[in-house]
Design a binder for this molecule. Structure first.
Ligand code: GDP
Length: 200
């Protein structure tokens, strides 16, 4: 399906979330993990630019994905990157307060795409985020970014380590630079969106 992205709004409180409609896909990861670049390869430069604009990096940026007849098929929610430093009881002390309620309560949220860097060991807040999503009963897929930086052997080794440390059955390697894995990620996103639409 050919979809085009249209920026909807930047929300800095729950009151500003768009009206619930099409299934939503949330994108999460630490700052610098490659989230803007991946969004760029999924839906085009416009979305990535909006999300990295100063002032919008602390907001949830919502994008509608429209089909050829301008119908809203999916909504992408680009969440602020979580910080490196302080860990608290929440997923990240550096996250604004409305993020966790979004993840916990948003009825139309169909899938969380969680990004970790394929080149570095997972950080405690990556682990914390996944544990939190598990306890909240949220469906998620973990994507290992910047996979192009690794040789075949290194990639296999790093992915195995990430799977073990994050207790995952699978992890999806991607590269925004080469496009590796992007088609498979799209397939997963569409599957989640379709399943959600079918049951509601
Ligand atoms: P964000 O803060 O998570 O939005 O991260 P960005 O998308 O801005 O990327 C952070 C840095 O990683 C930038 O220097 C990018 O050029 C680099 N980067 C992002 N994706 C890739 C990738 O797939 N391959 C490589 N080699 N570098 C990447």
């Amino acid at each position: 399906m050919q979809l085009t992205a249209q920026f909807l709004l930047s929300a800095v409180s729950a009151a500003q979330f768009p009206a619930r409609g099409a299934p939503e896909i949330a994108f999460l990861g630490r700052s610098n993990v490659g989230k803007s670049s991946l969004l760029n390869s999924l839906v085009g430069e416009k979305a990535a630019k909006v999300s990295s604009t100063p002032g919008r990096t602390r907001a949830i940026n919502f994008f509608a994905l429209l089909d050829g007849k301008q119908r809203r098929k999916l909504v992408f929610a680009d969440l602020p990157g979580y910080g490196y430093a302080k860990i608290s009881k929440s997923i990240s002390a550096t996250w604004p307060a409305f993020i966790e309620p979004y993840l916990a309560e948003r009825e139309t949220l169909a899938l969380c795409v969680c990004l970790v860097d394929a080149n570095v060991p997972p950080r405690p807040n990556d682990r914390q985020l996944l544990d939190w999503l598990r306890s909240a009963g949220r469906e998620f897929v973990v994507v290992a970014t910047k996979a192009d930086r690794l040789s075949g052997n290194e990639r296999t080794r790093n992915l195995a380590a990430l799977k073990r440390e994050l207790e995952l059955d699978e992890i999806l390697p991607v590269s925004a630079k080469t496009g590796y894995g992007v088609r498979e990620l799209w397939r997963r996103i569409e599957e989640a969106g379709t399943r959600d639409a079918g049951t509601s």
